[in-house]
Design a protein around this ligand. Structure first.
Ligand code: ZN
Length: 235
């Protein structure tokens, strides 16, 4: 990766621009490895030049600054839609009835398949980086979560830490779920209460995008994520 391309990523991606030189160098090495290992496939009318690909790689590797390149294991394709995309869902219920519906998504991570992102939402995240959203970090959190074979909101961790993590995340997830169930407005996006794995992915977005709100609302979760991801670039 040339200096010019990395410089372009620094200019366009606020999280990259905010890193100190040590973490900048580590992210650059991870992003280079990402582009070497992954196929980036734009869909439809979308085209992606080298600078845009470097931006995507840098965003996807941000959550790996401490965890390392191990977090890239097990998948090979990043698919990028121009904008939010529709997916068909099916579910067979307990009575054997097939339900089908359409979801509109801005990102998706298959357990052992591709990561899918909406380019328009990547751009929107970079234009308003403090708003609490970072779809690339959200989907990568799912990928890291799935590395131990269970998509459950707990990434691979040393044993003692894993116990603390599971206890603290369960408590915070339950508390948020109770607030959502009571119809209260929550400072953390209520989507986090959908499932433990969504909770982990959503608080990951806050760690990178709005660490102050996360620290105020969920200090123990903020502390775990600071240890896992390193300090937020916006801390
Ligand atoms: Zn998710």
């Amino acid at each position: 990766m040339t200096d010019e391309l990395w410089q372009a990523a620094r200019e366009r991606v606020p999280w990259v621009r905010a890193l100190d030189s040590d973490r900048d160098a580590r992210l650059r090495a991870l992003a280079a490895r990402f582009l070497h290992e992954k196929t980036v496939t734009p869909i439809g009318e979308l085209t992606l030049d080298d600078a845009q690909r470097v931006c995507l790689a840098a965003l996807c590797c941000l959550p790996l600054l401490e965890f390392g390149a191990e977090g890239l294991r097990g998948w090979s394709q990043l698919i990028v839609y121009p904008d939010a995309f529709r997916v068909n869902r099916t579910h067979v219920d307990a009575a054997g009835v097939l339900h089908e519906w359409e979801d509109e998504l801005i990102g998706e991570a298959w357990e052992s398949g591709p990561v899918i992102l909406s380019w328009a939402d990547i751009v929107a995240d970079c234009e308003d980086p403090g708003a609490g959203f970072c779809v690339a970090a959200h989907e990568m959190a799912h990928k890291i979560d799935a590395l131990d074979g269970a998509l459950d909101g707990t990434p691979p961790l040393p044993r003692p830490w894993q116990r603390e993590w599971a206890r603290d995340f369960q408590a915070a997830y339950d508390a948020l779920g109770a607030q959502v169930d009571h119809g209260r407005d929550t400072a953390i996006d209520g989507y986090a209460a959908e499932a433990p794995e969504e909770f982990f992915a959503v608080v990951t977005e806050y760690h990178f995008s709005d660490p102050r709100t996360l620290r105020e609302q969920m200090p123990q979760i903020a502390a775990h994520l600071e240890r896992f991801y390193g300090p937020s670039p916006f801390a």
